[in-house]
Ligand binder design. Structure first.
Ligand SMILES: *Cc1c(COP(=O)(O)O)cnc(C)c1O
Length: 402
């Protein structure tokens, strides 16, 4: 079937929830991806911070094919070996702090949904049945299900889906006074990202972190949504390792499967103990195939020193972007951590135009809120690919700025 016909079929058979353009990507290898016209692109989207080993990585291919030929799925009413192994690796990782239990899910939203349920059960059992309020931050993103949408601090996403979950409250990022004022006896948890991904690469500041730590001492649970920042994206396995935080609950997804659907929430013993048999479940979450892929990815991150690579490539990328900023004068700020980098443009230079100029240069990037372009290469990106990206991105920015 011709590409135009296939896309026409897609438009008639699929929900109209994304603007997908007029090409179809067919195959990828490493940091490169090819479309139906045989055009090759440098992929700095990585399935939105998901394909952390790039495309068609041999370890992922091997894990999928081997596990698929042995056991794809059983049920969570039985033990499965890959899930035990992956959970053990995550909680015994040196940076995991006191996180000691894992629940596997299929997605980021499902991980956050579970974390919110856990926080409510904890709040009710420890502080009484009124202790169910969850505070989240303006411009956060936690997912598209009703509970995670309610926690997402973006009113434009709420408007057509009211009423939201009761007990949802929002505070501006880094507004310590506002946060302290919003917490009361009925607050069971605060959910937040260390760096807001979809919200425009906005980072927690030190005084806000101090406030979070104080509120935690007073008994409010800290849930860190590491769906985008986790699995090494920021240069450490958990981003919170770099923020002086000791979360009670952490959620993972995107990088955990390298493109294979899987998520997880991790919690301390103290909190996890409140989930008993029957309290929570999922049919497919953490099945042998998904967790076999997770194991392969975790092992590759450690064995190939990908955390160090992410940090080193980040320094090169950031320095190059600062240079482009100085040359063009159209960039307001280069921000982020590790390989979660945001380039905030001045209003005169729309991020969407930069995205399409990058496409013309054969490079894929993705936007975020507040006129930001996000650069999210895989953790194993090479120094040469960073150079190539800077050349393409620089050319694109110059074209749009003219
Ligand atoms: C992507 C994302 C989610 C939602 O994950 P899904 O797998 O799309 O449900 C939640 N939180 C953050 C921070 C994300 O970046």
């Amino acid at each position: 079937m011709k590409t135009e016909d296939l896309i026409e079929l897609g438009n008639s058979a699929l929900f109209n929830t994304y603007n997908r353009g007029d090409k179809i990507f067919i195959s990828g290898k490493g940091t490169y991806i090819k479309n139906n016209d045989g055009e090759e692109f440098l992929d700095f989207v990585s399935g939105i911070a998901t394909n952390i080993l790039g495309h068609a990585h041999e370890k992922i291919v091997e894990a999928v094919t081997k596990q698929a030929s042995e056991l794809i799925h059983i049920s969570n009413v039985y033990w499965n070996k890959p899930s035990i192994e992956l959970a053990d690796k995550l909680v015994n990782y040196k940076g995991a702090g006191s996180l000691s239990k894992v629940f596997f899910t299929n997605s980021g939203a499902e991980a956050n949904e579970g974390a919110l349920k856990l926080a409510r059960k904890y709040g009710r059992e420890v502080n009484g049945s009124e202790c169910t309020t969850v505070i989240s931050l303006v411009d956060s993103f936690h997912g598209r299900t009703m509970a995670t949408l309610s926690a997402t601090g973006q009113t434009d996403m709420h408007k057509d889906f009211q009423p939201l979950l009761s007990g949802s409250k929002y505070v501006e990022l880094n507004d310590s006074e506002g946060l302290t004022a919003a917490v009361d006896n009925n607050t069971c948890a605060i959910i937040f990202e260390t760096i807001q991904g979809e919200g425009g690469i906005n980072t927690l500041n030190e005084s806000f972190i101090d406030t979070l730590n104080e509120l935690q001492k007073d008994g409010v649970l800290l849930i860190i949504d590491e769906v985008q920042t986790g699995m090494g994206r920021t240069g450490t396995l958990f981003s919170f390792e770099q923020f002086g935080l000791e979360p009670d609950v952490v959620t993972f997804a995107k990088g955990l499967g390298g493109g294979f659907p899987i998520g997880a929430f991790l919690a301390t013993d103290k909190v996890a103990a409140h989930f008993k048999p029957g309290d929570h479940g999922t049919t497919l979450g953490g099945n042998p195939l998904a967790t076999a892929v997770g194991n392969a990815i975790f092992d590759e991150i450690i064995e190939a020193d990908l955390l160090d690579n992410a940090a080193a490539r980040s320094a090169e990328l950031t320095a190059g972007l600062e240079k482009i900023s100085a040359e063009t004068g159209s960039i307001a700020e280069v921000k982020g951590l590790g390989l979660l980098i945001g380039v905030q443009f001045d209003e005169a230079v729309p991020a969407a135009d930069v995205l399409s100029a990058c496409y013309d240069e054969k490079m894929l990037v993705v936007t975020a809120k507040n006129n930001v372009v996000r650069l999210l290469p895989p953790l194993n990106v090479s120094a040469e690919e960073i150079d190539e990206a800077l050349e393409k991105f620089g050319a694109a920015v110059k074209k749009v700025a003219e």
